[in-house]
Write a protein that binds this ligand. Structure first.
Ligand code: MEV
Length: 440
């Protein structure tokens, strides 16, 4: 059966759903019921969601949780997290509580510069291009003024434009490599609009420049786009305390814990197979806050993982040391975030998340998000180097398994109680539930 369709985006929402359920589902009515069950009862809110993207047929819910007790530079935050993974919020809360009693998290924004590039091809004399660029540079700034005016009034804008010769990599390849300060905006639209204007001005001015030959005037703009690699939009988060204060678990001495913890970080620094998982754990915390605050987690993910490879080999984002009896654990991470523009003013839950964080500036949000990542990594390494992660994971997963088998509230209470003293595994939960149901 052919499953393609033309003009789909022009169909009404209900026609789209009809086509989907009739084409792909054995029980179309049931599929339709579930899709509609997730519509918002308030039509205005539903319309808002419908209009975020094209072809919306329903809403995809993620839980929004909170992790309280994060002491960051002397101020206590409750951090909103949107995530489906059972143990993440619990782990963040646990790490926050642990460091609340030990001085909390210290953070610092190191830099906030973002990059965008116009990529173009030119096959003439490089000196002529260089001379032309010097001439045209003020006009690039000037023509972008209608776009940059407001941002400049607030103290941001285009920082610099340089001509980069990339002909060693690709014949004829050059860039207008541009740095930006976008303040509280993530800045994607601002940067891309500036770049597209540069490309336009550049093309126009090339034709007027007398020193170019006719062939040289044939510059081809390939594309104009921001970079999600933001190694100069950097934030640092750190925790530290005397080694002896790390004591919480009677099974392991604070010295042994500190030493195993540092070893675990060292392993992630040198071993890419471990580094990827180690950094994934960091992103559990980061993505959850990035998503809750209406930011672009794909951009953050791409930029962070590129940064983790900046030495030529994929490595740990966090570092740890023991020096003079002090345990220090820290991370520097690139985060291009916004607290104005995009979803931040549109999505009601994003507004709530931002208000919960005292309506932070982008710089403050960078610090909060970095802390969520560091805390998550601390929690993961703490479990991994002591009890192992499955204990906590499976405890959190227990409810998911029970829900999968439609356990009633009474069944849940009884099984949760049972597993306080038994090891959780999928089959153990299923067996316990079976037993309970045959022998209540
Ligand atoms: C699971 O989502 C994340 C961890 O695997 C991270 C890690 O291994 O450090 C627990």
């Amino acid at each position: 059966m052919s499953k393609s369709i033309s003009g789909f985006s022009k169909l009404s929402k209900s026609k789209k759903i009809d086509w989907i359920v009739n084409t792909y589902f054995s029980n179309g009515q049931e599929a339709k019921r579930i899709l509609e069950q997730y519509w918002h009862i308030d039509e205005k809110i539903q319309q808002l969601h419908d209009e975020f993207i094209e072809n919306t047929i329903s809403n995809y819910y993620l839980p929004l949780g909170v992790a309280p007790n994060f002491l960051i530079n002397g101020k206590v935050y409750t951090i909103p997290m949107a995530i489906e993974e059972s143990s993440v919020v619990a782990a963040a809360s646990k790490a926050a509580k642990f460091w609340l009693d030990r001085g909390g998290f210290k953070t610092q924004v190191i830099s906030t510069t973002k990059i965008g590039q116009v990529h173009f091809m030119y096959h003439g004399n490089p000196d002529t291009l260089e001379a032309f660029f010097k001439d045209v540079k003020p006009k690039l700034f000037q023509d972008a003024k209608p776009i940059t005016k407001n941002m400049e009034q607030r103290g941001g804008g285009i920082l610099d434009i340089t001509l980069r010769d990339k002909t060693k990599d690709i014949k004829g390849y050059y860039q207008l490599h541009t740095s930006f300060e976008t303040l509280d905006a993530m800045g994607a639209n601002f940067i891309n609009s500036c770049l597209e204007q540069f490309a336009k001005t550049f093309k126009q001015e090339v034709l007027l420049y007398k020193d170019f030959t006719a062939e040289e005037q044939d510059i081809q703009i390939v594309m104009s786009i921001l970079s999600n690699y933001v190694p100069d939009c950097l934030v640092r988060a750190e925790v530290s305390c005397p080694v002896e204060d790390l004591n919480e678990d009677d099974d392991i001495s604070p010295e042994e814990f500190a030493s195993k913890f540092v070893q675990a970080v060292n392993i992630a620094e040198v071993e890419p197979y471990r580094a990827v998982t180690h950094n994934k754990g960091i992103m559990n915390g980061i993505d959850a806050v990035v998503l809750a605050t209406g930011n672009d987690f794909r951009a953050v993910e791409a930029g962070v993982h590129a940064y983790a490879s900046k030495g030529g080999k994929y490595s740990s984002l966090t570092h740890a040391k023991i020096e003079n009896g002090m345990f220090t654990f820290w991370m520097e991470i690139p985060l291009a975030l916004g607290t104005v523009g995009g979803l931040t003013g549109l999505h009601p839950l994003v507004k709530i998340a931002l208000e919960l964080l005292h309506n932070p500036s982008a710089k403050e949000l960078m610090q909060i998000v970095a802390v969520a990542g560091l805390a998550q990594n601390f929690a993961a390494l703490r479990s991994l180097t002591t009890t192992g992660i499955q204990k906590g994971h499976m405890k959190m997963h227990l409810l998911n398994i029970l829900n999968q088998f439609q356990a009633t509230d009474d069944e849940k209470a009884s099984i949760i109680n049972y597993f306080k003293t038994h090891t959780v595994s999928h089959s153990a939960v299923v067996d316990a539930l079976k037993k309970l149901r045959t022998n209540p």
